[in-house]
Structures are given as C-alpha cells and as structure tokens.
Design a binder for this molecule. Structure first.
Ligand SMILES: [Zn+2]
Ligand SMILES: [Zn+2]
Length: 209
C-alpha cells in the first residue's frame, strides 16, 4: 500500500467521512474543514489523483478502491483509539477525539488488531461513527428535524470540538433517550435544556422501539 504524508492522510480520511454523509466530497467542504486556501486543496488533490487514491468528476471528489482501503485503515485506527481513550483510560470524548487524530497515524497493523480484540471489537467509536465494515448502514435523521416525541441518539455527526463539548454537557450520547418537547427544547435524563439549532443539526437520532 502507498506510503503517504500525514496531511494527505487527513484529506483522505475527511473525503471518506464526507462520502459517508453525502456520497461525495467537494473542494468547498475541504476548504471549510481544513481552513486552508483553495490552491492548497487543489495541489493536495492533484497529488492524491496521481497516486490513484481519489477521482474528480463534475466537481465531485470520490475515493478510488485503493484510496478507500487506506482511508478505512486510518478511520479504524482513529475510532479504536477513541474507544481506548474513553473506555479504558477514562478521558472525555472531546480530548479523546483530539488525541486520536495523532494516534491514528502510529499503530502498526498487528498492534491495532490486538487493541481491537482487547476492546471487544466495538461496532462504533464513542460518538457513534461505525468502525469500517461493522455497521451496514447508519439510519436516522437530524434532531433538528424531529417533531415533539421520544428519540434515541445514534451519532454525533461532525466531531468538532464545540459540537462534542456541547453534546457532552447535555448528555447526548449514542444510545441515550432524548425527548423533544418543542422546537429548541429537549429533555435528557429528566432535565430540560434549550437546544440551539446548530447543535441539533449535528445530532443524528432514530425513533425508539
Ligand atoms: Zn474522532
Ligand atoms: Zn468518534
């Protein structure tokens, strides 16, 4: 498998996550996420294209077979690192995500495999994102679209610091039941909270059975 630099690895991973959410990535998404210039993104994409890791068509960016394999390896390492940090080491999921960004690049395959085994082969990261290959399809809708009623949290969509911090404050963890009282008002664990729309847009929920 191709050896590529850490910044290029980060682009691959981000494209994978955008594909997961919307089927493809766009240059504008990457500019927003990485906060770099369009020129920087184009030259990175050109490199990834030359390495046969991504394709660009009609302004849509997708991973090739090999690009996907590489991205999955990194994502698996990221999500298992987060599990290690939250479940075993016991730190909050904001820091876990931050530290996992560094750890994801360092695990040798056999050590990662051992980690996976020790963790009991989890299906998702603490934020609800699937370990590649373990969840068929993530089903749900945004909390911002939910009518009054009871729902269950499936995933925190974008693992951005402010999103994770706020979701942590409100106790919005995957598996947790949340009751929508009205637009902008929810109840979690018997406590009523104001829910800002920007956060509601980042929480994926499902109906309760
Ligand atoms: Zn993360
Ligand atoms: Zn995560």
């Amino acid at each position: 498998m191709a050896e590529i630099s850490e910044p290029l690895e980060n682009y691959l991973k981000e494209i994978y996550e955008l594909e997961e959410l919307k089927g493809h990535a766009r240059v504008s998404d990457l500019i927003l996420i990485f906060g770099v210039s369009p020129g920087t993104i184009s030259s990175a994409l050109a490199k990834l294209e030359r390495m046969n890791l991504v394709t660009r068509k009609d302004r849509k960016i997708n991973l090739t077979e090999e690009g996907r394999k590489l991205a999955e390896k990194l994502i698996r390492a990221h999500r298992l690192s987060e599990r290690l940090l939250t479940d075993i080491i016991g730190i909050d999921w904001v820091r876990a995500h931050e530290i996992a960004h560094r750890l994801e690049h360092v695990w040798p395959d056999d050590v990662l495999e051992r980690l996976d085994e020790i963790l009991g082969r989890p299906r998702t990261c603490p934020h609800g994102h699937p370990i590649p290959g373990r969840v068929e399809k993530v089903e749900g809708f945004k909390l911002s679209e939910a009518r009054p009623g009871k729902y269950r949290v499936v995933m925190i969509i974008r693992e951005e610091e402010w999103v994770l911090r706020r979701a942590l404050e409100l106790g919005l963890f995957p598996g947790k039941e949340v009751r929508v009282i009205d637009k902008g008002k929810i109840e979690v664990d018997g406590k009523v909270h104001e829910l800002e729309n920007a956060l509601a847009e980042q929480v994926l929920v499902n109906g309760t059975e």
